[in-house]
Design a binder for this molecule. Structure first.
Ligand code: S3P
Length: 170
């Protein structure tokens, strides 16, 4: 009865998919970004502004260590969680890691309305930034046990596929 851990780039639907997946499986849902904000007592853009990305990554790693102790949860993570090898190891040891992917144009559309909440996309050309970051991160996302493409698909459809493909582990 392992955790199901959702990783993937910003805007791939990790939180929405994670919430519905948890509801359908009757499991508890944990959002790591929310836990980081709660523990720090401030929103992510403020953490980045005050402590830089390195400060944020430290807080993120602390929350990963906590979350990796959970059992039978659905855990949604921030897009950069896979950049830290210790995070990947701890999360994979606690369950099955599912990576959601999407095309860069889809990511741009999905993240535009909430861009101010994502410091890494705050620059002048978010489209270009998305493509650059995606390329850099590809090998890290490839560590997941299962990959599910989310472009042009409903949350329900994605949840059904993840339920099917994780059945033997769930
Ligand atoms: C980040 C993604 C964000 C959040 C932070 C850094 C990243 O989470 O953790 O802004 O490095 O990709 P979402 O993937 O939920 O947007």
């Amino acid at each position: 009865m392992e955790n199901i851990i959702l990783v993937g780039f910003m805007g791939t639907g990790k939180s929405a998919v994670g919430q519905l997946l948890a509801r359908k499986l009757g499991r508890s849902f944990v959002d790591l970004d929310e836990r980081i904000e709660k523990a720090a007592g401030k929103p992510i853009p403020v953490i980045f502004a005050e402590q830089g990305e390195a400060g944020f990554r430290k807080l993120e790693a602390e929350q990963v260590r906590e979350a990796a102790r959970l059992k039978q949860h659905v855990i949604s993570t921030g897009g950069g969680v896979v950049l830290n090898e210790e995070n990947v190891r701890a999360l994979k040891a606690s369950g099955i890691m599912v990576c959601l992917t999407a095309r860069p144009d889809v990511i741009l559309q999905r993240t535009l309305p909430t861009r101010s909440a994502r410091p890494l996309l705050a620059g002048e050309d978010p489209g270009k930034r998305i493509e650059e970051l995606m390329k850099l991160r590809e090998p890290f996302y490839a560590r997941a046990d299962i990959t599910v493409e989310s472009s042009d698909r409903s949350i329900e459809d994605l949840v059904d596929e993840i339920m099917q493909r994780t059945k033997k582990d769930g």
